[in-house]
Design a protein. Structure first.
Length: 168
């Protein structure tokens, strides 16, 4: 009897550990950056540059490609892609990314963790910010993927000033 009780307890412990591991670490609706001014500065830099390069981890290799989407929604800096793309698969396997952009005089580098946000209203807000994407994406198409940058550490550098480090 005691043996069965111990087995039952062990099974319950394993189950609760599994549930804890599966629970999302971050609730997108609740997450807020502690530094919205820095986030705005980075958003403006990315939009001003027009294009940035997003690096992901693909197994043991880096992959990089041009990106353009960057918008602050609900106090978080979001980017957008499609689930069918390799970039989305790589983010799902490893959410740590790096971003680099150059605006003609300064360059910006970011390290961050991407958190996918499945809420339709956020996908809609992102596509509303980029109406030209509506020929390819819709918030209800099952393909649109949006992520916000969490624990972002950014550095703005130039040949004319010391690197400026900002978090958001
Ligand atoms: C200027 C520019 C901006 C782009 N912006 C985005 C973007 O914000 N999101 C996206 O999914 N693809 C964007 N693309 C297209 C991606 O670079 C392209 O689909 C790339 O192949 C995706 O990477 P992958 O092949 O590793 O999945 C952009 C391309 C260019 C040239």
């Amino acid at each position: 009897m005691k043996k069965y009780l111990l087995l039952l307890l062990a099974a319950a412990a394993v189950l609760s550990c599994r549930q804890a591991a599966q629970a999302p670490a971050v609730q997108p609706a609740e997450y807020q950056s502690n530094n919205p001014e820095n986030m705005q500065r980075v958003r403006d830099f990315l939009r001003g540059a027009g294009c940035y390069f997003l690096a992901t981890v693909d197994g043991d290799r880096p992959q990089v490609r041009p990106f353009g989407t960057a918008e602050i929604i609900e106090g978080k800096l979001y980017i957008q892609t499609g689930h069918v793309k390799n970039v989305a698969r790589q983010i799902a396997a490893n959410p740590h990314v790096a971003i680099c952009a150059y605006n003609g005089s300064e360059w910006l580098r970011i390290n961050a963790t991407l958190v996918e946000d499945d809420r339709v209203e956020i996908k809609k807000a992102m596509l509303d910010a980029y109406p030209e994407l509506r020929s390819m994406y819709d918030e209800n198409d099952g393909n649109t993927a949006v992520y916000f940058l969490k624990d972002a550490k950014a550095t703005i550098s130039a040949f004319t000033h010391d690197p400026v480090e900002i978090d958001f």
